[in-house]
Design a protein around this ligand. Structure first.
Ligand SMILES: Cc1cc2nc3c(=O)[nH]c(=O)nc-3n(C[C@H](O)[C@H](O)[C@H](O)COP(=O)(O)OP(=O)(O)OC[C@H]3O[C@@H](n4cnc5c(N)ncnc54)[C@H](O)[C@@H]3O)c2cc1C
Length: 103
């Protein structure tokens, strides 16, 4: 393993690996240190939603950009990321709960 790098990233979840990937793509040398397994914590347990509905409006541009990135990432990496662009169904028990999603 290299002993020096421009950037050392601690943690190989989605945040660390994405940071390392885009830094390396931009020309930086990067070392990623992971105490366990790559994507072995939260990043392998999530539901995989890049949901745009029901979000704080401040988060919408981030979600739109994330959707754009995920759509092209399989081709860019030449890997099956199991990315699926699909819908999201939410059910409610009460009118009050439903009202919270009417935006
Ligand atoms: C049940 C569940 C469902 C979710 N659903 C969604 C969803 O649908 N959509 C969505 O956007 N988000 C969802 N999330 C949230 C999302 O999974 C997390 O926000 C994201 O995975 C966090 O990524 P991370 O890289 O910050 O953390 P992690 O994936 O936890 O990665 C951190 C890494 O750092 C390593 N580490 C920690 N300390 C050290 C150290 N000292 N030295 C070396 N390595 C270290 C850990 O071992 C780990 O591998 C969900 C989360 C959960 C738990």
């Amino acid at each position: 393993m290299d002993k020096t790098a421009d950037v050392v990233v601690i943690g190989a979840g989605i945040a660390g690996t994405a940071t390392a990937y885009y830094l390396a793509k931009g020309g930086a040398s990067v070392i990623v240190c992971e105490k366990g397994e790559i994507a072995g914590e939260q990043s392998s347990r999530n539901w995989g939603f890049v949901r745009q509905q029901g979000r704080d409006p401040a988060e919408i541009p981030l979600m739109m950009e994330a959707n754009k990135i995920w759509r092209g990432l399989e081709r860019e990496l030449n890997a099956d990321l199991e990315w699926l662009s699909a819908g999201n169904l939410v059910t409610f028990d009460t009118d009050e709960e439903a009202a919270g999603w009417e935006q």
